[in-house]
Design a protein around this ligand. Structure first.
Ligand code: SAM
Length: 133
């Protein structure tokens, strides 16, 4: 199954990718949400500049833990276990009720996903969909 298939339809608020790196997920987000401006964050300067130039989106070259999540309706992230733990304790409580969260590879510990798919890559990487209650 493709990551696109787990992304929710009809998102009206902000679509954010935390830690966009070299922008591998940006084409999928743009295909799914052609009318939305994707809000991407990446603190490593070279990948951030690359993603900004290649995909023509604004990438905030800052720590996403300082982001404003008040209008978020979908937050996508592919991080690492330490950042996922901080994400769970520091960002999830800031997200509006009903906000969707898609995590690539690593799940959110102690939370029940709405859906889990195996991505159609070589490793059948898990991708999780959560909804903030
Ligand atoms: C595992 S990589 C994933 C990159 C990209 N999303 C992809 O699909 O290939 C995680 C990225 O998150 C970035 N990152 C981690 N913590 C961050 C933070 N607090 N603020 C901004 N970027 C961060 C890292 O620099 C890295 O590029």
């Amino acid at each position: 199954m493709a990551i696109r298939d787990i992304l929710p339809d009809n998102v009206s608020g902000h679509v954010m990718e935390l830690g966009c790196g070299w922008g591998h997920l940006i084409p999928t987000l743009r295909e799914k949400y052609p009318d939305k401006q994707i809000k991407a964050w990446e603190r490593s300067p070279i990948p951030a500049i690359y993603t900004q130039v290649v995909y023509g989106i604004e990438v905030k070259r800052k720590d996403f833990f300082a982001a404003d999540f008040s209008n978020a309706e979908l937050v996508v992230c592919y991080l690492f276990p330490g950042a996922m733990r901080r994400f769970a304790t520091e960002i999830i409580p800031e997200l509006p009720k009903g906000c969707w969260v898609v995590t690539h590879t690593f799940s959110l510990s102690g939370r029940e996903p709405v859906q889990v798919i195996k991505a159609d890559d070589l490793y059948k990487t898990p991708v999780y969909l959560y909804r903030v209650q």
